[in-house]
Design a protein around this ligand. Sequence first.
Ligand code: PLP
Length: 434
Amino acid sequence: MHHFNYVGPNLHCESVDLVEIARLYGTPTYVYSAATMADNYTRLAKGMVGLDLQICYAMKANSNIALLRHFSNLGAGFDLVSGGEIKRVLAAGANVKRSVFAGIGKTEAEIQLALENEIFSFHVESEPELARINHVAGKLGVKAPIAIRVNPDVDAHTHAKITTGKSDNKFGIPLKHAAAAYEAAAKYPNIQIKGVQMHIGSQLTSVNPFVEAVRKITPFVEQLKAAYGITYFSIGGGMGIVYKDALASGQQSWWDAQPADQRPLTPETYGAALVPLLQPLGLKIVLEHGRFMVGNSGVLVSKVEHLKRGAGKNFLIVDAAMNDLVRPAMYESYHEIVPLHRDSSRRALTADVVGPICESGDCFAKDRQLQEVGEGEYIAFMSAGAYGYTMASRYNTRAMAAEVLVHGGTFELINARETFEQQIAGEKIPAFLK
Ligand SMILES: Cc1ncc(COP(=O)(O)O)c(C=O)c1O
């Protein structure tokens, strides 16, 4: 569920008319609902009640420091993947001590920064990485807390580019080699074995792969607890969200109408299936959800530039492009597209919704049925809160979009649109070309 709904003819985020934001800050602009994020966090925590739980929001999904502060205020730590993300947590005034550091290529400088800020744990993906962490910890005279990422070889049944728990993915250490990796870790003088971790993929729409992975790895987790006294088990993130019926899924009635066997994954279903498996372990359980926390909390608002009517096809050309929201171009993913002003007297339009970038791949939707919208009118791409702004680029020298956070009837700009001067600030003409 979420807080994007029509109030009369106009699409609102909480109590704010999105047209007001579009007019004030221009477009393309990401707009986020603080209430939806808080609801997502609370529902997830409630769904897992009975566990000693630590939610580490996967900030790669959306790392704006305002959102980090919001999640931190709710009690979250962070799943982070770079020195830059550590610095963002600090800039948000949030807590690195409740955060875990993932990623297969952590540099010495990043490891040092994490240790200096007393990271909760490193999620280690290889033996050379273990050696590097041990080396940096030794230089600093500390012991580095670690968990090894175990690859359970489970099919997450998601897009190939976001599946991570199969044996042919680059992530983690295969279950059959994990015991040896822990034995090696135990021999390093500057390593403290603290836990175990897995993450099987993103946008999972069924709880079954999570259950399969937890069941598969549980005997090993029990062995680690007995052998090394581990205190936590991170089961990663990956809970999927609704993309196809995104607007309707804001209402409880939509969820109630879904047949039980086709109901998208909810935190309640997730918790009901996993808590009974995890509780007997007697460990702290870490969750690393990103998309679930913010995906349906944000939309990308864009303006129509032209409606180009072709012989066999119409093109709705908008001012957002693949550089702002790359998911459709990269993963062929679906985002529902709705007008900010709904008008039932308008004709229907079937069109490809495209951006202005010089690539055929700059296409958000093919042959999409929409209400007819004309130049200067606004549309919203739903479910754009996760992997939207964080995956954006400046391709075609387009500015990074603005970001706005709504809270009830108020809103604030949390990231100003980038200027051209900011974009080229680090560039210069070398002397030999002058
Ligand atoms: C290790 C790890 N944890 C958590 C996540 C978050 O996944 P999601 O946003 O699907 O919850 C990712 C995503 O790539 C990941 O690699």
